[in-house]
Write a protein that binds this ligand. Sequence first.
Ligand code: HEC
Length: 483
Amino acid sequence: MKKWVLFSAVLIAVAAITFVVSPATSASGPSKREVTFNKDVASILYNNCAECHRPNDIAPMSLLSYKEVRPWARSIKEKVVNREMPPWSPDPAYGQFTNDHRLIQKDVDTIAAWVDQGAKEGNPKDLPKMPEFVVGGWEIGKPDVVLQMAEEHVVKPDDPDQYINFFLPTNFKEDVWVQAAEVHPGNRRVVHHVIAFIQTPQMMAKRVDEAKTKGEKLGKRAAGGSGLFYLDGNLRRVKMDAPVVNNACDQKVAAGGRQPGGNGEGENEGMLLAGFAPGTGNTAYPAGTAKRVPAGSTLMFQMHYSAFRGSLKEAVTDRTSIGLIFAKQPPDKMVLTSAAANIMFKIPAGDGNHEVVACQTVPRDIQVINYMPHMHLRGKDMKYEAIYPDGRHETLLWVPKFSFNWQSVYWLKQPVNIPKGTKLIVTAHFDNSTKNKYNPDPTKDVRWGDPTYDEMMIGWMDITIDNPMKTVKPDAARASGQK
Ligand code: HEC
């Protein structure tokens, strides 16, 4: 994500320079003069598209050279005019985001004019320098520590979707504060997602004990004790006949989620450190904020492997790693990952607009720094709202067209202050009808589950709280049993 922040900074700089040196692109409009690839379009593509549209990245084609771009000219015009590219899902009416990389109107007009004029190449002397990408490098900067899965994992073409946990001891002798983290999937063709959880030594000890008692391998996905779930191979799914709660707002029953401001250590998975999903690979917290990894912790990679049903022709291996950059000093604010989630919904077969609601009453003053809506293939839209203690209502985020392919984190320009007692409401809609072209099976009722053919409903957010450890020396905190 940070790269988009950097990219927009570069974009602003480049836009400013362009404005100074070529006034023709302003008042009179670009259509009045000749627009060429070399002079006008290449820099727009380098700054806004190349990040994904380059060899071996997530987009289907590279858009660096004229030769590569020319065959796509019409399609490029269509996608930028319709605002489908670069991808950006939130409604701009709510919230301002540092990684909002929508094109400015002038650039859209330039691209449209260029295509209308026949998509000419122009004078080679006008071509700006191609951006340099560090292949396999770290976008967050040089990590202080890199941790990698101890062994390779093999994915075969006929493997079902799998969730597998891998454990990576940190061997950290003292608590560390993570300022930035970047997950490097070892094999992008089969790594569907990675979530790196922090497991304290106590949590690990409990896991080892449990695995021993059950005679199971450490890392096997557990069904969980609540009776809601069953295990289907390695996948956890909610039972079809489990109680149904579509609107979990008025319920006392916990329908999922993580308390904002709670430390999450009671949770089975532990504290979330960082993640990877298509479109999201790295995390850099604002200055003065960081996530804590207690001494002696283990990182648990929850890997979702998918052979994507037939698209894989031969067995491949993966060995995923994570790079961490530490804050130079204990931060003023501590970052925690929190979520409003509903795990008890049921989407009827064929329903084109099924509503699911999750709520949370905030137990302490918090600042929200980013949002990340998460659903699967039937996810349609998601809204985050706040009802403040004084009764004021505010829409925080509105994603009207959720895309499973773009599970982005939306980084707020300014943290949103949420006082204690605020009610956070996350509302999602799902399309389980035949109209949804991504729908794996419109004839089935759908419940929560790991596989992409089941659903999820999570309104993730990173929040900060005043760092309770700022005033306590780390050694003293440890000695007194605080973690
Ligand atoms: C964050 C990554 C990303 C960025 C930035 C991005 N694209 Fe894309 N683009 C993709 C991916 C992935 C696809 C294929 C899946 C899809 O269509 O969503 C795609 C698809 C396209 C397509 C359609 C290709 C087809 O097969 O029909 C065009 C055209 C396109 N992009 C142009 C652009 C242009 C022009 C820009 C910059 C102004 C841009 N994209 C920025 C990731 C990106």
